[in-house]
Design a protein around this ligand. Structure first.
Ligand code: NAD
Length: 500
């Protein structure tokens, strides 16, 4: 496909602080690379602690004294709807940038980015209809009621694997509920966050309400986490990073929402619709280059159908089209970065050393410059192996078998992670039963990963803390306040009235 953006040179990217696009205070920059060629795309201003301090000061001022928090709700939400409309105008452009920046196939970034504006519209509608309080009547004496106040300055830290989707997923509820925001996007995928800053700038939000500071996690991200004027951190990324952030946010006692790693099971029972289960299994691990938090990276297939299922799987995986992420026909593109590529490749060696069989294929010569790992299936694996326990975060499916339901559940749960789970069976009772027993935040029965924005999103065990999505996000992005009002003269004890 020739893309109408192909000829566009990417300009260097600035920080967005207090309604202006600015350079970093220290004048530092870093280079951004194309995973398909490993050539430089452009230069990014590198935010450090001083830039975070400026952004937080702007967000604080906008929260405390700006009109954002106090303006009429309809006015605030009209900004949110305007952001959504402006995103819709940029869908193709953003999808192109995401494919260029991350190596995700453009067909998939187009589908993903097309849904991003809905994050804003959805949260505008949710705030209108569901950001509600409760009232508690106490006899004839009190009426107590709750209100939802915005928390303050929200620090949002996002990963590179679905950048625009995950950024909008956090920015939308944070802004719609009246907070101000400092976003620290992943250093490996800065392009689309810059478009978000431009869109929000164009939407004309008051100065300081939304800020973007590019930079590295250990410097810019850490400064945001430790800043005393930031009330909450919504983080999506690796489990190890999440643990560090919780520790580093302890001194300033922040609320933290943690969307972390996963190693999710897909369980295929003998009685499943095997054709549909196969489609879902392949899509669930090989879409988004396997760099997907909810990927079904562990397949458990029941012994009665294992030969048939695995044969069909092998045939299909051998056929998956790898290629240029900007080609509409590409199904799997290059991984985000050389280091990540090395990590994923190393897992194939680990699998062999552990005694598993690795089915992969050579990368054609014309793609050797990119960070390509071919879609890979690991057979004869056991649940204790590292390839069955660690999050590889690439196009690698580890296959295991099971005898009965009890064993499937035991194996599925024998892992630190608990993000998602997928169950394929035509036994209605078993489907529900298994879903109840699998230790994960999100389960799908006879379905691929289809999201419903109204439902809670998040993981258990090492996959996260808290739930975002739907009205669940309100618990995090707002402070619930209880106001007690006496409507009668209730008794009040009188100290100090007795004469001694
Ligand atoms: P990462 O943890 O390396 O980085 C995520 C973000 O955290 C980046 O912006 C990074 O700069 C920042 N960061 C790193 N160290 C930091 C520190 N000390 N203080 C503050 N910020 C810091 O994750 P990644 O490699 O970008 O993303 C992949 C991971 O994200 C995978 O583990 C994947 O499962 C997970 N993920 C989870 C979900 C979910 O909803 N559960 C969704 C998408 C991705």
């Amino acid at each position: 496909m020739t893309n109408r953006f192909d000829h566009v040179t990417q300009e260097d990217i600035l920080l967005y602080i207090n309604g202006e696009f600015v350079g970093s205070e220290a004048g530092r920059t870093f280079d951004n690379f194309n995973p398909y060629t490993n050539e430089k795309i452009n230069t990014i201003e590198e935010g450090l602690e001083s830039d975070i301090n400026k952004a937080v000061a702007a967000a604080r001022e906008a929260f405390d004294n700006g009109p954002w928090r106090t303006m009429k709700l309809t006015e605030r939400l009209s900004y949110i709807y305007r952001i959504a409309d402006l995103i819709d105008e940029e869908v193709e452009h953003i999808a192109y940038l995401e494919a260029l920046d991350t190596g995700l196939p453009i067909k998939q970034t187009l589908a993903m980015v097309s849904r991003a504006s809905e994050n804003f519209r959805f949260y505008a509608r949710m705030v209108e209809s569901r950001l509600i309080g409760e009232a508690y009547q106490v006899d004839e004496n009190f009426i107590n009621y709750t209100i939802n106040a915005p928390a303050g300055v929200a620090g949002l830290i996002t990963p590179w694997n679905a950048p625009f989707m995950l950024e909008t997923w956090k920015v939308a509820p944070a802004l719609a509920t009246g907070n101000t925001v400092v976003l620290k996007p992943a250093e490996l995928s800065p392009l689309s966050a810059d478009v978000l800053a431009k869109v929000i700038d164009k939407a004309g939000l008051p100065k300081g309400v939304f800020n973007v500071v590019h930079g590295f996690g250990e410097t810019a991200g850490d400064a945001l986490v430790r800043h005393p004027d930031v009330q909450l951190i919504s983080f999506t990324g690796e489990t190890v990073t999440g643990k560090t952030i919780i520790k580093n946010s302890a001194d300033t006692l922040k609320a933290c929402s943690m969307e972390l790693g996963g190693k999710s099971p897909i369980i295929v029972f003998d009685d499943a619709d095997l054709d549909r289960a196969l489609d879902a299994c392949i899509w669930g691990i090989f879409s988004f280059n396997g760099e997907r938090c909810t990927a079904n990276s562990r397949l458990f297939v029941q012994e009665g159908v294992k030969d048939r299922f695995i044969e069909a799987l092998k045939g299909r995986v051998a056929n998956i089209k790898i290629g240029n992420p900007l080609d509409m026909a590409t199904e799997v593109g290059p991984l985000i970065h050389k280091e990540h590529f090395d990590k994923v490749r190393n897992y194939l060696e680990i699998a062999k050393a552990e005694g598993a069989e690795v089915l992969t294929r050579a990368i054609p010569e014309q793609f050797k410059k990119g960070n390509f790992v071919a879609p890979t299936v690991i057979l004869n694996a056991e649940n204790r192996m590292r390839v069955a326990q660690d999050e590889i975060f690439g196009p690698v499916l580890t296959v295991m078998t099971f005898k009965d339901e009890k064993e499937a559940i035991k194996l599925a749960n024998d892992i630190d992670y608990g993000l998602a789970g997928y169950i394929w069976t035509n036994d209605l009772k078993r489907g529900h039963r298994a879903a109840h027993q699998i230790e994960a935040g999100m389960l799908w029965v006879n379905a691929q990963n289809v999201r419903d924005l109204r439902t809670p999103f998040g993981g258990s065990k090492s996959s996260g803390i808290g739930r975002e999505g739907g009205h669940y996000g309100f618990d995090f992005y707002t402070e619930k306040k209880i106001i007690h009002v006496a409507i009668n003269d209730h008794p009040i004890q009188q100290f100090g009235v007795q004469s001694t």
